[in-house]
Design a protein around this ligand. Sequence first.
Ligand SMILES: NC(=O)c1ccc[n+]([C@@H]2O[C@H](COP(=O)([O-])OP(=O)(O)OC[C@H]3O[C@@H](n4cnc5c(N)ncnc54)[C@H](OP(=O)(O)O)[C@@H]3O)[C@@H](O)[C@H]2O)c1
Length: 248
Amino acid sequence: MKLLVLGATGPTGRHFVDLAVRSGDSVTAFVRDPGALAELGGQVALAKGDAKSQRDVAAAAAGHDAIVSALGRSTSMQADELFTRASSALIGAAEETGVSRLVWLSSFGVGATYEVSSATQKLIYRTLLRALYADKAIADERIRSSGLDWTVVYPTRLTDGPAMGRFHAGDHLPMRGNPTISRADVAAFMHREVHGGTWIHRSPVITDPSLFVLLVGNREIYRDICHGELTFITALLESSITSRRPLV
Ligand SMILES: NC(=O)c1ccc[n+]([C@@H]2O[C@H](COP(=O)([O-])OP(=O)(O)OC[C@H]3O[C@@H](n4cnc5c(N)ncnc54)[C@H](OP(=O)(O)O)[C@@H]3O)[C@@H](O)[C@H]2O)c1
């Protein structure tokens, strides 16, 4: 398949690009700085642009079978309208160039998934991630209202762990604590989806199945995960104080 990948220099996007190249796809990485993927040499085509620009995305999208987005704001908790503006640009560009398939990475806790999140997750989503998630919610709805063959993916908290090759995916998944999934597994799910199309016009929640079962079944591990969350929140607060950027 000919795939255009947005967010290709981010950790999830990079896993996706590596997997797609290994699988024999023809990949165009949409990047702001082509130098960031210099080590990939001739393995991928590079298209330079800003994801918020319909003109830039359309110029890159022509001739592709699908667009995959792993766009994100890295460690920033301010959206800076990235998702709302990029979703508009992307929908317009896709319509303009006739590329109908889109796999878009969102976050569990955005939009309707907030309602089914755990108490721990709600605490994080409505404080630290509130601004980011508000922007993502508008973007996700815009994509669902488009005429594209979309899939909007909702992973739980991302880790840099290895790919396990298994996902727990569902339209609705009950949550305890703050389960995780590795970026490598999210990329593999998105890659399988762009080829298979099982979740077209659906919004799958995905999480690590082993952790998911353990959370439901084992109080000790649940307590450890909660402790992990406290460390996570403390680190975020420290980073906010150090960078003098407000969290919300
Ligand atoms: N952290 C979590 O626990 C979690 C949980 C669920 C979902 N998610 C979501 O998963 C997604 C991926 O996260 P990640 O940590 O793997 O990646 P990330 O570090 O957020 O990577 C962001 C990518 O988007 C690109 N980008 C940002 N603004 C752009 C623009 N205007 N034009 C073109 N490219 C732009 C960046 O390019 P540059 O290299 O040029 O900056 C980079 O490639 C994010 O949407 C994140 O919110 C995160």
